[in-house]
Design a binder for this molecule. Structure first.
Ligand code: NDP
Ligand code: OXD
Length: 318
């Protein structure tokens, strides 16, 4: 019924066979070409990618659009030579729910003193810390109040936490105090007891989680020193500065899902730091069964002349 142009699949770090199977199920009329292969095939209409190797996209003369299999698109821009076609990112309930689960899990773990009680258990110590604040006494600041951030905010509010948000552009929300731009960051950090970072990695956000940021964080709060949870991207953080902030007790604890270098090198002191929780970029995985059908629906719509949605703004980088 629609164009039967091919789809190029290049998903470094994922099992391409599973993504291919799902694409063939959802788009039986669109042959799927696995990269490496057909590097300059004029019949390729769409590319479905995660960390595509250099030059893979620029060789395709009739490419109509690029689909990221994740919400972030820094992995696409990392290669530099990205053709000037629309880029579509993932906005899907499945991914959003997974991220909110991670955020709620980590916020509750810090709020309910998970690290302390696990340490006590290891030492067979029976001691209740009576300085347990109630959720409304704790302010969770969502750094990157976008699709994922807004959903996490709603779920944290349902548990009683006070939530504030920081974004690039101004927002107006009935029940969340919002801050925007560089000018808003100081006011945001002055209030947040737990900072949850869900920013995209762009030239403007790279390295934001560094010494000047930690210096602006609240000195004390209901949890003692403030907590950092980063599930955005590793390039947002300066790990040496996180370690220094932990040593100086500017930061009470950190949960990190993403790292400057992934996998996290075996000699990183973060692995064994008693106040750091590490997960292997596992906050919200991309599941082909959930993400491929809407992706193919977008390809079909585009071939019918309808507009694509969830488009990346190239100037903003996300
Ligand atoms: P969105 O684009 O919906 O939201 C991004 C938010 O960040 C927006 O609120 C945006 O502001 C804000 N922002 C961007 N640049 C700046 C800036 N310079 N200053 C202040 N705020 C800024 O993205 P998603 O919520 O869908 O995803 C966020 C990120 O989460 C992804 O880019 C990815 O890196 C990461 N991610 C990580 C996963 C994991 O498993 N660890 C899984 C999925 C995503 P504005 O609203 O004004 O545009
Ligand atoms: C994403 C990711 O960007 O998994 O979706 O990191």
């Amino acid at each position: 019924m629609y164009s039967s142009g091919k789809i190029l699949l290049s998903v470094t770090g994922f099992d391409p066979a599973i993504w291919k199977e799902e694409l063939e199920k959802a788009a039986p009329d669109r042959p799927v070409v696995l990269q490496p292969g057909a590097p300059d095939d004029p019949e390729i209409d769409y590319a479905v990618v995660w960390k595509q190797p250099p030059g893979v996209l620029s060789g395709l003369p009739n490419l109509k659009a690029i689909f990221s299999i994740g919400a972030g698109v820094d992995h696409i821009f990392a290669e530099g030579d990205v053709p000037d076609v629309p880029i579509v990112r993932v906005v899907a309930d499945d991914l959003t729910d997974r991220m909110s689960e991670y955020v709620v899990w980590q916020v509750l773990d810090h709020h309910r003193k998970g690290p302390l009680y696990r340490d006590q258990q290891a030492q067979k110590i029976w001691h209740e810390d009576l300085m347990q604040p109630a959720a409304p006494e704790v302010t969770v600041g969502i750094l990157g109040y976008g699709n994922l951030g807004r959903d996490a905010a709603k779920k944290l509010q349902a548990l009683g936490f006070r939530v504030i948000g920081w974004s690039r552009t101004e927002k107006r929300e009935p029940d969340v105090e919002t801050f925007a731009g560089d000018a808003g960051l100081t006011g945001f950090l002055a209030q947040a007891d737990i900072v949850v970072c869900l920013l995209p990695l762009t030239p403007a956000t790279r390295g934001i989680l560094s010494a000047p940021f930690f210096e602006k964080m609240k000195a004390r709060g209901p949890l003692g020193a403030p907590v950092l949870i980063n599930a955005g991207r590793g390039g947002l953080q300066v790990e040496a500065d996180i370690l220094a902030a932990l040593a100086e007790k500017r930061l009470g604890a950190a949960s990190l899902d993403v790292f400057e270098t992934e996998p996290l090198p075996a000699d990183s002191p973060l692995w064994t730091h008693p106040r750091v929780t590490i997960t292997p970029h596992a906050a919200a995985t991309s599941v082909p069964q959930a993400l491929i059908p809407p992706m193919v629906a977008q390809m079909d719509a585009h071939d019918r002349g309808e507009p694509l949605t969830n488009l990346v703004d190239r100037n903003a980088g996300y």
